[in-house]
Ligand binder design. Structure first.
Ligand code: PMP
Length: 304
């Protein structure tokens, strides 16, 4: 299990990485975070961190919305991550959680005139949703927070109340996962994952201006579908009614990886089983993230 954290500028035993109940981010949700996966490659006895720099570029952008200034650049953040995972010595798949936050204590909801902090821990990690091969999704009664309220493209702690509302709505209505519409009523994403549908041979995903997180897995799959499978990918708004008549639907994200959606609001999608396109894309994705495809090794940072 987890033995170390990066906290207050150094690697410390996990028990020492503690924050006061008076902390600003604990009180107001004024922090940002990332979710990064590292994959164990048994054959080469190596742990590969997937698209590490891109995650830190996003963390720095998210932090900018909250006026959190980090003392580290992308390069340094990548090095800290490698150092932490090296020290943990995990020889299994891992999830890494870097957090930027307001380190001040006290009352007063604001962003200005507050000190910034950075912390990180990692945990061994398997699946995020239970049945990645056959997710039953329901359209959430909660809408995605619009960019005009909280930047949806920022990975902001407090904004994840929106994700939690939809995830629990789904669970308590008998679904595995939620599909969340934006204020315009278009399909935005899942509770914590992006969404794609296959219609008439085209792979379609909402554009980044539809109140979605600009997912790194989404970007990876756009490239893999086009370059490795010759599938046309289109970024355009998706109507709710299109979901029902789609040939295939899947969620994607660092945590969920690629999860085939087999029904929406209890209506089967396609033949109600994982479709051939998502099956092939999953295969290709897992080869890439595990460092088994030489063409994409630039996306895999070795730990050892
Ligand atoms: N949307 C939301 C709301 C998320 O929390 C995530 C997970 N980070 C994603 C999409 C997928 O993003 P990524 O592929 O970068 O993990």
């Amino acid at each position: 299990m987890t033995k170390y954290a990066f906290f207050n500028d150094q690697i410390v035993p996990i028990e020492e990485a503690k924050i006061s109940i008076m902390n600003h981010t604990f009180n107001y949700g004024t922090g940002c975070f990332e979710g990064i996966r590292a994959y164990w490659n048994e054959a080469s006895e190596q742990l590969y961190i997937f698209r590490l720099a891109e995650h830190y570029e996003r963390l720095i952008n998210s932090s900018k919305y909250l006026q959190i200034n980090l003392p580290y650049d992308v390069h340094k953040l990548c090095n800290i991550t490698v150092e932490l995972l090296n020290k943990e010595g995990f020889r299994t798949d891992v999830y890494v959680r870097p957090i930027t936050y307001k380190s001040d204590s006290g009352i007063g909801c604001r962003l200005h005139n507050l000190q910034s902090g950075f912390a990180m821990f990692s945990v061994p990690f398997g699946s995020y949703v239970e049945n990645e091969e056959g997710v039953r999704a329901g359209v959430s009664s909660w809408r995605r927070n619009p960019d005009s309220s909280i930047p949806a493209r920022g990975k902001i702690n407090g904004a994840y109340v929106n994700s939690a509302l939809s995830k629990t709505w789904a669970y308590q209505h008998g679904y595995d996962e939620a599909i969340v519409l934006n204020e315009a009523g278009h399909v935005a994403e899942g509770s914590a994952e992006n969404i794609f549908m296959l219609r008439r041979g085209q792979l379609i995903t909402p554009p980044i201006t539809e109140d979605i997180l600009e997912g790194i897995t989404r970007d990876t799959l756009i490239q893999l579908a086009q370059e490795e499978m010759g599938v046309q990918v289109i970024e355009r708004p998706i109507d709710r009614s299109e979901l029902i008549i789609a040939d295939e639907i899947f969620f994607c994200g660092t945590g969920v990886q690629i999860a085939s959606v087999v029904s929406v609001d209890q209506i089967p999608i396609g033949n109600g089983k994982m479709g051939p396109l998502v099956a092939e894309l999953r295969q290709k994705y897992f080869d890439v993230v595990r460092g088994k495809n030489p063409k994409y090794m630039a996306w895999c940072t070795p730990v050892f």
